[in-house]
Design a protein. Structure first.
Length: 159
């Protein structure tokens, strides 16, 4: 079995979760994360952070980071940070609001998920959300839903 080399680029600081994001998710996604968390002995925050990291950087880079100890699959937050809530993305304008179709398919977003992640990952996700006309939280919710529940089967918003 061959070794995975570290990916190119600067990955310093990507193993420090110095930003918190609160994402409201549907109950079906919360149940999914709970079941997978039990199965793989990871917290829901760990699963969400790992899924979002793969969403942004791809599976190969993710596995290269893990293999070279630049990214830990599970993390333990040693201290409570000052950041309590994410207000990122409030200025984004939602055109042709697709939320009613999402809510019809998955139900209301009634479960809160606090995800600790590196600031660089949070900024990348906020930027992707802004580019797609969504708030950072909305973008992350949809990315997690597609990743963990399957986009082609369950996402009514695909074209």
């Amino acid at each position: 079995m061959s070794e995975l080399a570290a990916p190119p680029g600067d990955w310093d600081g990507m193993n420090v979760d110095d930003a918190a994001v609160k994402i409201w998710i549907p109950e079906v996604l919360d149940q999914c994360l709970e079941a997978l968390g039990t199965r793989f002995e990871q917290s829901k925050s760990d699963l969400a952070r790992n899924g979002l990291m793969m969403h942004v950087h791809g599976r190969l880079f993710f596995e290269q980071l893990v293999a070279n100890r630049l990214w830990k699959l599970t993390r333990r937050v040693e201290r409570e940070l000052i950041i309590k809530y994410s207000m990122e993305g409030i200025g984004a304008r939602l055109e042709d609001d697709p939320r009613p179709a999402y809510i019809k398919a998955f139900g209301k977003n009634t479960c809160d998920l606090k995800v600790w992640m590196p600031v660089r990952l949070k900024e990348s996700l906020a930027s992707l959300g802004y580019e797609s006309g969504q708030t950072a939280s909305e973008y992350m919710r949809r990315a997690l839903t597609a990743y963990y529940l399957g986009r082609t089967v369950l996402d009514p918003l695909r074209t």
